[in-house]
Design a protein around this ligand. Structure first.
Ligand SMILES: Cc1cc2nc3c(=O)[nH]c(=O)nc-3n(C[C@H](O)[C@H](O)[C@H](O)COP(=O)(O)OP(=O)(O)OC[C@H]3O[C@@H](n4cnc5c(N)ncnc54)[C@H](O)[C@@H]3O)c2cc1C
Length: 392
């Protein structure tokens, strides 16, 4: 049987951004989805370094696709704690669901989503690495480890380290956060101030020049309760004097009677949303980490799912008008509720991580609970609820 190499649309990457784009296409324009192929360098279930925290926006986007995230193995937390040096704000689910945060493992979540896409007829080729994207006048050539593929439009959903961004922006200033992560068993209650079933974000490293926090999320690995600890630094000013991520994580662990000794520490960048950056080139649009996600927390799963809907809308529009320049993609993105939220998060990160004064940070997290909560609920999260575009 000969395998076709020519499609209407090629999607590079089958993380949440690529899979959501395909699933939204299938919902909005089934004929177009039939002539779409996802190219994925790994095969599901594949490892992806990630805390796996999914906010309610993720549930809402998936519900719009007729999918139920509760099918995925997970731990749910009733409370999230946003603290400075151990004290601060405790927030529950703003939507009264009783679930502040869902914690999935990405190998399981992404494989589940890929399975849903397959069942709905989406074509996917795994173990195919995209090497280069070459946009021509008539189509886009995608050079891969399995030969050349051609399409009218390409979606770059290949993550923070993907190659598709290079086809859109040749050179740019880095907009990438740094994150380290480890997995450890739960702590004995008498050793830690943390409630073991809640999520914690501690912003104590900010006065040391780090734009971020240390996290502690309960999670499950193969059904066993574990804790995912990590450190996030938006890296807003690369090259400036910064605390070392590993030292900061080790310091927090010590406070809970834990240590990094003998623990495998893994790191990965997270590209954050820079509103002035390009997001498309003729024949190519970017989605998810390849385009940029949340600068404030490094939250990218729900945003990647949200990008899928916007990318699918842009594709349907391009095929209707037979115009593949994607010159209005950036405007579409910036005007979307997701785009507005990501823009606010970048601005908030610049402001919040710029406050290096310890007393001011402590005051913010301990005294400004109500304004922070209102800001978060009305500007930073629930973008998917505010989205009234078709396909919701
Ligand atoms: C340590 C860490 C912790 C995090 N914790 C959280 C969290 O708790 N909650 C949250 O919301 N976000 C978190 N994030 C961010 C989140 O993981 C990403 O934002 C999210 O995965 C983005 O999804 P995506 O689909 O854009 O990219 P990805 O999930 O990275 O998927 C990209 C896909 O493209 C494939 N690919 C890459 N290159 C090629 C190629 N050349 N050819 C073919 N295929 C290719 C990859 O194999 C992969 O399957 C975390 C990130 C890190 C690093």
């Amino acid at each position: 049987m000969s395998i076709s190499t020519t499609y209407d649309i090629l999607i590079i990457g089958s993380g949440p951004a690529g899979l959501s784009t395909a699933l939204h296409l299938q919902q909005m324009a089934p004929a177009l989805a039939q002539k779409t192929l996802i190219l994925e360098k790994a095969s599901h279930p594949r490892q992806k370094l990630c805390g796996g925290g999914v906010l309610p926006d993720g549930d809402i986007v998936l519900r719009g696709l007729g999918l139920d995230i509760s099918e995925v193995p997970q731990v749910t937390t009733p409370w999230s704690n946003f603290v400075f040096e151990g004290r601060g704000l405790r927030m529950t689910a703003p939507d009264k669901s009783g679930i502040a945060f869902r914690l999935v493992r990405r190998d399981e979540f992404d494989a589940w989503l890929a399975g849903k896409a397959r069942v709905r007829g989406i074509q996917m080729r795994e173990n195919v690495t995209v090497i280069e994207i070459v946009a021509g006048a008539e189509n886009v050539k995608v050079v891969t480890s399995a030969g050349d593929f051609y399409a009218r439009a390409v979606v770059g959903a290949d993550g923070s380290r993907g190659i598709s961004r290079r086809a859109v922006v040749a050179r740019e200033a880095a907009h990438s956060a740094r994150a380290l992560e480890i997995l450890l068993p739960p702590v004995a209650p008498e050793k830690s101030s943390h409630h073991q079933d809640e999520a914690y974000f501690d912003f104590f490293p900010i006065p040391r020049g780090m734009g971020g926090y240390v996290w502690d999320f309960p999670t499950q690995v193969g059904g066993a309760l574990m804790h995912c600890w990590g450190v996030y630094d938006a890296n807003l000013h690369p090259g400036s004097a910064q605390a070392k991520l590993k030292d900061v994580l080790a310091e927090e662990l010590t406070r809970h009677g834990l240590s990094l000794d003998g623990v495998e520490v893994q790191g990965h960048p997270i590209r954050w949303f820079e509103p002035s950056a390009p997001f498309s080139a003729p024949g190519i649009i970017l989605a998810g980490d390849a385009a940029g996600v949340d600068a404030l927390f490094g939250e990218g799963i729900a945003p990647a799912l949200g990008y899928g809907k916007i990318a699918a809308q842009a594709l349907v529009d391009a095929f209707a008008r037979q115009d593949f320049r994607f010159s209005t993609y950036k405007k579409r993105l910036l005007r979307s509720e997701l785009g507005k939220s990501l823009t606010w998060r970048t601005r908030t990160a610049r402001l919040a991580f710029g406050i290096r004064n310890r007393a001011l940070q402590s005051f913010t997290w301990n005294r400004l609970g109500l304004p922070i909560r209102l800001w978060v609920e009305n500007r930073l999260i629930f973008w998917s609820k505010r989205d009234k575009t078709p396909g919701s």
